[in-house]
Ligand binder design. Structure first.
Ligand SMILES: Nc1nc2c(ncn2[C@@H]2O[C@H](COP(=O)(O)OP(=O)(O)OP(=O)(O)O)[C@@H](O)[C@H]2O)c(=O)[nH]1
Ligand SMILES: [Mg+2]
Length: 301
């Protein structure tokens, strides 16, 4: 049963997938919509590996946003699993927001277009990074290019970074959702575990601290999380796919791993508002990115 809101309009609710090429700004938009850091963001492509739900609620609606990994042609099993998470939106979402970096719209042969077609859902185009574009005309040009390649139900320019256009985007999403009650309590932000968020914060620091292939070869598992009143004790393992990467991760006399620990701890303490005692362990699992059983146990189902 859907109820009328204070303004007399119907309460609306639904699931909205945020999709697009790596680095388009999906997680930046997601966090801005939710007013908090639920998804990790770096300047590197393929930062997000999971499908992350975040609940946007106000008096008139509840929107469950789903942040997703950037769409690519998969080269190994982990990336296939990442793309599965995008394709599963077909069953789980009412609407999609396609984020495009306004400076580089996807080429005509980009795998993104095929994915959009496969998903068979209404799609709103959000031309992002408007703050870096030369005004309305350039955004309109990008909209024109994208509309030649896909039939969107709506399109607008936004900046996920400075927030311009984001309220308008929410209003347009809301108008397209069916009347319905909230799915979750309105003060809840997500249904993922603290362990998950902590492992993601460590992965974010891995992306920022290490170069080239290393961050892409790492998975992070929180293996122990023990809460005390004033402090959390956390053991996390970092899984690498080759022995040589273990050395890089640890660094000379353990300096790099120590730095990773310090940076991650700061982020975790910001999240929990408590002190954290973080211990990091490095483990080698040959070619884990291509092995079903490892992927499963690291949460990439
Ligand atoms: N100038 C500007 N930068 C932005 C904007 N939105 C995102 N960025 C930057 O773009 C980079 C990628 O942002 P993310 O939010 O991680 O992108 P993503 O689409 O989630 O990337 P993947 O998870 O790798 O698919 C970061 O450095 C962001 O700060 C924007 O509106 N303007
Ligand atoms: Mg992301």
């Amino acid at each position: 049963m859907s109820e009328e809101t204070k303004t007399g309009e119907m309460h609306r609710s639904g699931f909205v997938g945020i999709i697009g090429r790596p680095n388009a700004g999906k997680s930046t938009l997601f966090n801005r919509l939710l007013g908090q850091k639920l998804s990790i963001i770096t300047h590197k492509a393929q930062t997000t590996r999971h499908r992350i739900p975040g609940f946007y609620s106000d008096d008139t609606c509840q929107i469950v946003f789903l942040d997703t990994p950037g769409i690519i042609q998969p080269a190994y099993l982990l990336q296939e699993k990442m793309m599965d998470k995008v394709l599963r939106l077909r069953n789980d979402a009412d609407l999609l927001v396609h984020m495009v970096d306004g400076r580089r719209p996807p080429d005509a042969d980009d795998v993104v277009w095929e994915t959009l077609a496969q998903l068979k859902l209404p799609v709103i185009l959000a031309v992002n990074k408007a703050d870096l574009l030369g005004g309305q005309d350039s955004a309109a040009e990008v909209v024109g290019i994208c509309r030649e390649r896909f039939e969107y139900v709506d399109a607008l320019a936004i900046s996920a970074l400075d927030g311009s256009g984001v309220d308008a985007l929410v209003a347009r999403i809301r108008d397209r959702l069916p009347p319905g009650p909230a799915f979750y309590p309105k003060d809840q932000a997500s249904d993922l575990t603290l362990r998950f968020f902590v492992s993601e914060l460590i992965r974010e620091q891995l992306f920022l601290l290490y170069e080239k292939e290393v961050p892409y070869s790492c998975a992070v598992n929180v293996v122990e999380y023990r809460e005390e009143d004033a402090i959390d004790h956390i053991d996390a393992e970092i899984v690498v796919s080759r022995n040589s990467q273990k050395g890089i991760l640890i660094g000379k006399k353990g300096a790099q791993l120590k730095e990773l620990g310090i940076r991650s701890r700061k982020e975790i303490e910001q999240l929990t508002g408590k002190q954290a005692n973080l211990k990091l362990f490095v483990k080698v699992r040959e070619k884990w990115r291509d092995k079903e059983s490892f992927l499963k146990s690291y949460g990439y189902r």
